[in-house]
Design a binder for this molecule. Structure first.
Ligand SMILES: [Fe+2]
Ligand SMILES: [Fe+2]
Length: 187
């Protein structure tokens, strides 16, 4: 069922839009001005509460099924899982760092915060690129109808609170920023 992959590709495109907005904000911060910290926090909140929970889980289920069809996939499965874990930890760390900045309690130099956020942006972009180029084509080639049904069942459908039918209240600022940014999606 290629629909699952189509949905995951759309989620990647959406995340690339968010990373673009995040990069614009961090450039403002790097230049010595105050960025939209609320926008940055909404991006991290969305990643943690929706993207990582739903999208990453679906991919890990997909990788497990792929491992049943292909030998020698252990290293690739471990790589994807480790990158998900690293992204998730960075989301958490950055949320704490921005919280500290907002309340004026940050001891982290501005340059270090900028580097951390750019590491986060680049790690996510590279992860997406790898999945699109190396993993999704394998899944489309080797997974059977029953695999896709199992994957969909393993990860319950959850309406996207930002890019779905309705934008939830907590993401309204972010939604406007995405519209203003004219949805640039650099690779
Ligand atoms: Fe992933
Ligand atoms: Fe992904």
């Amino acid at each position: 069922m290629a629909d699952t992959i189509t949905g995951m590709r759309t989620e990647h495109t959406n995340l690339l839009k968010l990373l673009y907005v995040l990069q614009r904000q961090v450039e403002i911060f790097a230049a010595g001005a105050n960025p939209g910290f609320d926008i940055m926090q909404e991006i991290l909140d969305y990643n943690s509460n929706f993207f990582e929970r739903v999208h990453h889980s679906k991919e890990e289920s997909m990788m497990a099924h792929l491992g049943q069809h292909l030998a020698d996939l252990d290293q690739e499965i471990a790589r994807i899982r480790a990158e998900h874990e690293k992204i998730s930890q960075l989301t958490h760390t950055l949320t704490g760092t921005l919280d500290d900045i907002i309340i004026g309690a940050s001891m982290t130099p501005r340059e270090s915060v900028v580097n951390m956020i750019m590491e986060y942006v680049n790690l996510n972009r590279e992860h997406i690129r790898h999945e699109e180029q190396a993993i999704f084509p394998l899944a489309l080639k080797h997974l059977k109808e029953q695999d896709w049904l199992d994957i969909e069942e393993a990860v319950p459908a959850d309406d996207d609170p930002l890019f779905g039918k309705e934008v939830k209240d907590q993401y309204q600022n972010l939604y406007r920023s995405i519209m203003d940014a004219n949805t640039g999606t650099p690779h």
